[in-house]
Design a protein around this ligand. Structure first.
Ligand code: ZN
Length: 165
């Protein structure tokens, strides 16, 4: 059984990834030879207690996205979905990051991924100064935290989750 994934970040606090979201992320693993990259947006709630952030929703791949074995292009459709979820939740559920899959066991970000993340930190609107970036590998899920800065946004790995453990 999958438990909630928790990371205690020094100087920030507890980041929680819900059990349900972990299960959903695992479903997008590229286990078959022909399965394409998937991706979307991460949605979470900023909490007053029991952690600072609960990441508990995602937007799944959309028809307007471009999905290849080793590429994923995220369309603007995801922004609309996030906006709908935000409104319906009374502004509690908000955009907190991005996710996508990789056809490798333990995922590492590519140069394009890093550029995409840097752009998200600079160009997108979000609460606070941090965004979270998840890559779903075949055996592990990894998560990076990006901190927005006027000079160069800092991106560092904060967690690794072994699937099925
Ligand atoms: Zn990637």
């Amino acid at each position: 059984m999958t438990e909630e994934w928790q990371m205690d970040i020094k100087g920030y606090g507890l980041i929680r990834v819900s059990k349900e979201l972990l299960t959903k992320l695992c479903d997008f693993r590229q286990l078959a030879k022909q399965s394409p990259e998937s991706g979307g947006v991460l949605i979470g709630k900023h909490l007053n207690s029991a952690g600072v952030l609960l990441i508990d929703q995602l937007t799944p791949p959309q028809k307007s996205d471009k999905q290849g074995r080793c590429e994923f292009y995220r369309s603007t459709e995801h922004n609309k979905l996030v906006n709908d979820i935000w409104k319906k939740s009374n502004k509690h559920s908000t955009y907190v990051g991005l996710w996508h899959s990789h056809p490798e066991p333990i995922p590492n970000y590519s140069l394009i991924d890093k550029q995409d993340w840097q752009n998200a930190l600079i160009q997108s609107k979000f609460e606070g100064d941090k965004l979270f970036f998840v890559i779903v590998g075949q055996t592990h899920i990894r998560i990076w935290m990006g901190v927005k800065s006027t000079l160069r946004s800092e991106i560092s790995i904060i967690g690794e989750y072994e699937i099925g453990k």
